[in-house]
Design a protein around this ligand. Structure first.
Ligand code: SF4
Length: 374
């Protein structure tokens, strides 16, 4: 089984906090899909004989491209490999793009799961984030999607400029009233080279400090757990059976293929593990889509170990203690680190596996770093 990712690199405008690879405007959409066809055919050897369990269409804003382009690409892909009978085809969408007609077209094209970039159900936060949709639209579209798709996920952001406990409670309250199958909760991070970074540096806006962010995150963990959502990753919560198949496969380090500019692939064979990335430039992608790979690296034993610890510690299936002990040279220092985190209540051990606790999810990267580097 294999999963696929498609990167659609278009947005109407760049949000102040975003550092993804994308271009603004629609002018090059047709050219992009022609190039994507060529890239897909050029990779037919990688697809041949494979069964695809999940496809994730991300971006950018996939919902701003005409659905017929996506439908055609899925048909081209299906001719080159097999789709599992219960395949999950997920698409990231912004509320302002999701008319009833568009949702029905997406459903007819084979999309089974919508991941809606709601970000907030409050006018104040949507305004602070510079999003194009209204709070009312976010609620209405989520409710409409829940009547049409097998799985609906909602993205929320906490820690935006001006955020406080009551705004976050309003977000959680509305999300839980709508009861999507899945919620992704992101803490806003101020990435270098973004508009938000410049605004913060100039003192034009302030973002909540780490303590407030942590407290908002913990409020969400408690509220969602009470309503039957299971936290299966640092930022992701689902009702039973509604985790994101593609995302979970990447955290489990299962192989996947990425298409489109800046998309990554991970190939696994008994001999080696290979990470590849497509060129992060639409212009260069359009010029040579059949030669889009810009980066290819075979992972060393140390790199495999580091990835395994960082990625598997994030998810709720836990980390094998024996694997951890054998993979590094820390010896006694590792035992001390495990004992310290157990005592702090950030991890728990069941038989031979270590799991993050609710509190520990906040410190996933810090714990992984200690386990690897001491
Ligand atoms: S819509 Fe999403 S991908 Fe596009 S600029 Fe905003 S945050 Fe980035």
């Amino acid at each position: 089984m294999l999963t696929l990712y498609l990167h659609i690199p278009f947005c109407k405008a760049r949000c102040s906090y975003c550092d993804f690879y994308l271009v603004t405007g629609r002018e090059q959409i047709a050219a992009f899909f022609s190039a994507l066809s060529l890239e897909t055919v050029s990779r037919s050897e990688e697809l041949k004989g494979q069964t695809i369990s999940a496809i994730h269409v991300g971006g950018g804003t996939p919902s701003m491209v005409p659905v017929r382009y996506l439908a055609l690409w899925l048909e081209e892909l299906a001719a080159l490999c097999s789709f599992a009978p219960d395949i999950e085809i997920a698409l990231e969408a912004n509320p302002e793009d999701l008319s009833l007609k568009t949702m029905d077209e997406l459903r007819s094209a084979g999309i089974t799961r919508l991941s809606i970039g709601v970000q907030s159900f409050t006018t104040e936060k949507l305004h602070a984030l510079g999003r194009a949709h209204t709070a009312l639209q976010a609620s209405r579209v989520t409710a409409d999607a829940l009547r049409r798709f097998e799985s609906v996920s909602v993205d929320l952001i906490c820690g935006v400029p001006g955020e406080n406990g009551s705004l976050w409670q309003a977000d959680l309250h509305e999300a839980l009233a709508l009861r999507p199958h899945h919620l992704s909760l992101y803490m806003l991070s101020v990435e270098p080279k973004t508009i938000l970074h410049r605004q913060v540096a100039k003192g034009l806006v302030t973002v909540p400090d780490d303590a407030l962010q942590a407290s908002l995150y913990e409020d969400a963990q408690s509220a969602l757990s009470l309503q039957g959502y299971s936290q299966y990753e640092v930022s992701n919560f689902s009702l039973p059976g509604h985790h994101s198949r593609y995302n979970l496969a990447t955290w489990k380090r299962e192989p996947y293929l990425g298409f489109g500019p800046s998309a990554h692939s991970f190939l696994v064979s008994p001999q080696m593990e290979l990470r590849m990335a497509n060129v992060s430039s639409l212009t260069r992608y359009l010029a040579a889509p059949a030669a889009a790979t810009a980066f290819r690296e075979e992972l060393s034993v140390e790199e495999r170990f580091t990835e395994q610890v960082f990625l598997t510690l994030r998810i709720n299936s836990g980390l094998d203690v024996d694997f951890l002990r054998k993979g590094n040279k820390l010896g006694h220092t590792l035992s001390l680190a495990i004992a310290r985190f157990l005592e702090k209540g950030w991890i728990e051990q069941q038989e031979e596996r270590l799991y993050l606790t609710q509190k520990g999810f906040l410190f996933a990267d810090l714990i992984a770093e200690e386990f690897i580097f001491g």
